[in-house]
Design a protein around this ligand. Structure first.
Ligand SMILES: Cc1cc2nc3c(=O)[nH]c(=O)nc-3n(C[C@H](O)[C@H](O)[C@H](O)COP(=O)(O)OP(=O)(O)OC[C@H]3O[C@@H](n4cnc5c(N)ncnc54)[C@H](O)[C@@H]3O)c2cc1C
Ligand code: SF4
Length: 560
């Protein structure tokens, strides 16, 4: 007989860690199945390993990376320290439709991408939850800000978010630890923008899941600035040292690494999911586990892949897909369009330490008045500073001359780049590739995803607006910059099993519960019905905690 649990969680990343914690703390014997290997902070966190202690001096083995991580190495965080936390592209292939490109950046280990994420966290507002209803792109969200606000509070209080309250309707404030300070260049730009735009365009310190004070047994950040290598003081949030230990402390958790979930089993007689089929990543043995409730948290595209691969006579197009929406309405954020320039003054001052955070300027387009050129909006992330020793790799020269030049910091500069919304469109989708399979024989995904004219118009506007703002703030030598980033590279992939009000057009209801299979929940980015412009992971965490609470209430009432 297959081993049986109260709950199965697929994936142990940002959303899986939260599902594990909540379900275990509510008393459910929970099995977490993680496709990748275990991570031990004592051995695997390498934040203080210096370049000269590494074989390739921090540059990495270029030939090996070109061979095995040709997609992953396009991500800034995939380097000699943290490359082990990005997948092997040969073992985990995917294809793209002709003429399209999608850079799918993934982590396959306990903790998923919570180990390497950028930790920026911004709440969504009703502007975002009402967007689809307002302009008709995508289905209306089944929830509003009031439904999720208490769960943002709950998650933020637990993981610790630093930031400043600004009272902006489009970027709700949260439960903040003190924000990190802005440096002089950033204060200069903030004050210049305030003089010109008042409260319409407010520059603030980034809101991030990094502690500025000791919090629940974790130390405050020491500003070393290399978080994606793993943090020995546990100062940023990830599931390895925050949510999974909380789940383990209940005595209810069974965490099984090296467990690749191939499909979800469906019991046609009961009309419910009965368990999952797992392939042991090291032995290739197939194992079956059963549970009363299943949470898919394998990341947006992997959860869709599992459901598409769970096809049967009853579900020929994938489990829980009576709507036909499964795999569709894929979105990512576009990024990299903005401006930069030199900040005058402060020549006798410089920065100290490596603050692991930048600045944020919330969306100002299409709030009360409409921009004719495009729908939705964008927000800017950025930062100011002075170049120091780090310029050594890009400055010409050598010997004493170079050393002396490097002792003099460069002028203060400030740069800002936009992260923008991608409309949910049926033509952006994933499907099972008819030919290509991964190392374990599971069909790979074929991805079709492109920017539309709407996104391109917003990108252009973001560059122009950034330059205008920097000029207005008094920044000199302002230059626009543009980036030709393909979908996927912002690593905010969303959609493919969207929530909705109507079971005919969506996969999940307002509780992240599959309309067709009531004991199946999906709480990662797959559930998103639109993608706003804010970084999404805090919203996945809040939705996961909310869905877990709902599932357990249903189980207690014997309705599941
Ligand atoms: C460099 C970088 C910077 C980022 N910056 C930010 C940021 O600043 N703010 C933000 O909000 N987001 C950011 N993100 C995105 C963020 O990391 C993701 O949104 C988030 O991790 C998604 O959470 P998840 O639980 O859905 O997936 P993941 O964290 O990716 O976890 C999914 C887990 O499921 C496992 N899995 C997959 N398939 C299977 C299977 N078949 N069987 C079993 N297990 C499986 C994987 O191995 C993985 O451990 C960033 C990501 C990266 C890489
Ligand atoms: S910058 Fe802070 S959170 Fe990041 S690794 Fe260093 S101490 Fe940890």
């Amino acid at each position: 007989m297959p081993e049986t649990f109260d709950a199965i969680v697929v994936g142990s990343g940002i959303s899986g860690g939260w599902a594990a914690k909540e379900l275990c703390e509510k008393g459910l014997r929970t099995l977490v199945l993680e496709a990748g290997g275990p991570v031990d902070p004592a051995l695997d966190y390498v934040m203080h390993v210096q370049p000269w202690q590494l074989h390739f001096g921090g540059w990495g083995d270029r030939q090996k990376m070109e061979r095995e991580q040709d997609v992953q190495r396009r991500c800034y965080a995939c380097n000699e320290w943290s490359g082990k936390w990005f997948v092997n592209d040969l073992e985990n292939p995917y294809t793209t439709a002709e003429g399209t490109r999608f850079d799918w950046i993934r982590g396959r280990q306990v903790g998923g991408r919570s180990l390497t994420w950028g930790r920026q966290v911004y709440r969504w507002s009703d502007l975002d939850f009402e967007a689809n209803a307002r302009d008709g792109f995508g289905v209306d969200w089944p929830i509003r800000y009031a439904d999720i606000a208490p769960w943002y509070d709950y998650v933020e209080r637990y993981i610790g978010i630093s930031g400043n309250a600004e009272g902006l309707a489009q970027l709700p404030d949260g439960q903040f630890l003190p924000g990190m300070p802005l440096n002089l260049a950033e204060q200069f730009v903030r004050d210049g923008l305030a003089r010109r735009y008042g409260r319409e365009r407010v520059l603030t310190i980034g809101r991030c899941a990094i502690l500025t004070e000791a919090h629940r047994g974790r130390a405050a950040c020491g500003y070393c600035g290399v978080c994606e290598r793993g943090c020995s003081t546990f100062s940023y949030f990830n599931s390895v040292h925050v949510t999974l230990p909380a789940a383990r402390a209940t005595g209810k958790l069974t965490l099984r690494p090296w467990s690749v979930v191939r499909s979800v089993d469906y019991d046609a007689r009961r009309g419910k999911a009965s368990g999952v089929q797992v392939i042991d990543a090291r032995t290739s043995e197939t194992i079956e586990y059963r549970a009363r409730v299943i949470f898919l948290c394998a990341s947006a595209l992997e959860s869709a892949r599992i459901l598409l691969n769970s096809n049967s006579e009853r579900w020929p197009n994938g489990l829980a897909n009576s709507s036909g929406a499964l795999g569709k309405y894929l979105m990512d954020h576009w990024m990299g369009w903005g401006a930069h320039g030199d900040v005058p003054g402060f020549e006798d001052r410089t920065t100290f330490g490596s603050r692991p955070n930048g600045t944020y300027l919330a969306r100002f387009r299409n709030l009360d008045s409409r921009t004719p050129d495009f729908l939705r909006g964008y927000g800017y992330q950025g930062g100011g500073g002075r170049g120091g020793w780090g310029r050594g790799t890009s400055m010409p020269g050598f010997g004493r001359g170079l050393k002396e030049a490097l002792r003099t910091p460069s002028p203060w500069t400030y740069s800002m780049s936009a992260w923008g919304e991608h409309l949910p469109r049926e033509t952006n989708f994933v499907a099972l590739d008819p030919v290509v399979k991964d190392k374990w024989g599971i069909p790979a995904l074929r991805i079709t995803c492109q920017w539309s004219d709407n996104e391109r118009a917003a990108m252009r506007d973001a560059s122009v607006q950034a330059a205008e703002m920097l000029e207005a703030a008094g920044v000199r030598n302002v230059r626009q910059h543009q980036a030709d980033n393909p979908p996927g590279l912002t690593i905010h992939e969303m959609g493919t099993a969207r929530m909705g009000k109507d079971r005919a057009t969506s996969v999940l209801n307002g509780w992240n519960q599959a309309w067709d299979v009531p004991n199946l929940f999906c709480t990662d980015g797959a559930c998103m019905a639109s993608n706003a412009n804010q970084n999404p992971s805090i919203t996945y965490m809040a939705l996961t905690a909310r869905a877990a609470d709902h599932a357990v209430n249903l189980m207690r009432r014997r309705e599941l």
